[in-house]
Design a protein around this ligand. Structure first.
Ligand code: DAH
Length: 364
């Protein structure tokens, strides 16, 4: 083999190597372009990964540019154009991703069309007992009553003894008590009257309070009775408080709660902690007194008990009964709600069936 032949062979070989490498480089670049065109991103993170992979300082496109030097001069121009195409494709793709995710996060935060109707969220409703309790508080606070609360776990003193119901007093049997200890010292309060004692022990008159809260009685659950229910208690102690004040306050409450044409009636009754005591009826606001199912044809419905605070109770709380007098009253919140909304089964308040509760949307 002469020297010329050898050179020719060598140079052919060199070209063949170069051509093989050239095909490889162009092939690789073509594959990257296909990859970029097909790329997808599911979120902003994936878009960023795309940017790093293709457009980053150590990315695929940078690497492809690096092959330029390995190409024969006449191919450099074509390769340069291909590289520009690839880079432009990657940049365009990235821009698409950015717009998609920017739009999405904007859409999540606030509506892009501010004139579009608002999203409708399902609104909750207040429980009828909360509505009534709030209304009671509002009515009494307008005439100077403050709100206080006491514990549901009570001792014998506050629930019974201090309320003029010493041990073995028959009135204790009227309220079937859940006792918490065998010595019967601790119990679940049977009425909110216990809060009267707690407040009177801590303060001196004048005092004008209502005490809303839950009470417990060991009763069989029926449409008319439950082992737990709610009461609101009232207490006003000052100089010269009279039964006339009590009557006027009850009338005011009844008219605010049930309507301005409602009348009140006081029936003599007995409670150990008040003397005199009365039960309060209101004229039936459904039939106006002529007789209907709500008032059981009597024209009157009972709403609670009341009376002048017994001096013995004032004395138990170290309040000077020579100087001060006061009245107290107690009403069932369920009872008021049942009358006002004409609900005939007490159990509905505790079942929390949304079909029942939803009916009180916007109720007052
Ligand atoms: N505590 C009584 C009950 O639960 C209701 C009551 C009656 C409360 C007369 C009073 C009152 O404050 O004066 O049945």
């Amino acid at each position: 083999m002469g020297i010329t032949t050898h050179r020719k062979v060598m140079s052919n070989l060199k070209y063949r190597v170069i051509f093989a490498r050239m095909d490889e480089i162009f092939g690789k670049a073509g594959a990257v372009l296909d990859e970029i065109k097909a790329a997808t991103a599911g979120n902003a993170d994936e878009a960023e990964q795309f940017r790093i992979r293709y457009l980053g300082s150590k990315g695929v496109i940078k690497e492809l540019f690096g092959f330029m030097g390995q190409l024969p001069n006449e191919k450099k121009r074509a390769y340069g154009q291909l590289m520009n195409t690839i880079k432009a494709a990657a940049e365009q793709k990235l821009e698409e991703f950015r717009q998609a995710f920017a739009q999405k996060s904007r859409g999540e935060g606030r509506p892009s069309d501010l004139t579009a109707p608002a999203y409708l969220y399902p609104m909750g409703t207040r429980h009828p007992l909360s509505i009534i309790r709030n209304k009671v508080i509002e009515i009494f606070s307008r005439v100077g009553f403050q709100v206080a609360e006491g514990p549901e776990i009570e001792d014998d003193w506050h629930n019974f003894t201090a309320l003029n119901m010493p041990e073995d007093h028959p009135a204790r049997d009227m309220q079937d008590t859940f006792f918490l200890t065998t010595d019967k010292k601790w119990l679940l309060r049977t009425h909110t009257s216990s809060v009267q004692i707690r407040v009177m022990e801590q303060r001196q008159p004048p005092m004008k309070f209502i005490f809303p809260g839950r009470v417990y009685r060991n009763e069989t659950i029926t449409a008319r009775a439950h082992c737990t229910f709610h009461q609101v208690e009232g207490l006003y102690i000052d100089k010269d408080v009279s039964f006339a004040d009590l009557k006027q306050t009850m009338l005011y409450f009844a008219q605010e709660m049930f309507g301005r044409y409602v009348e009140v009636r006081f029936r003599p009754s007995f409670f150990p902690f008040t003397e005199p005591s009365a039960e309060v009826d209101i004229s039936c606001f459904v039939c106006g007194g002529s007789g209907c199912a709500v008032c059981k044809q009597s024209g009157w419905v009972e709403i609670g008990g009341c009376g002048m605070v017994d001096p013995a109770v004032l004395e138990n709380c170290r309040i000077d009964y020579e100087k001060y007098t006061g009245y107290a009253f107690g009403m069932g919140i369920e009872r008021i709600a049942m009358l006002k909304y004409q609900i005939n089964d007490l159990r509905l308040f505790f079942q929390n069936d949304v079909r029942f509760l939803r009916q009180f949307r916007g109720a007052l």
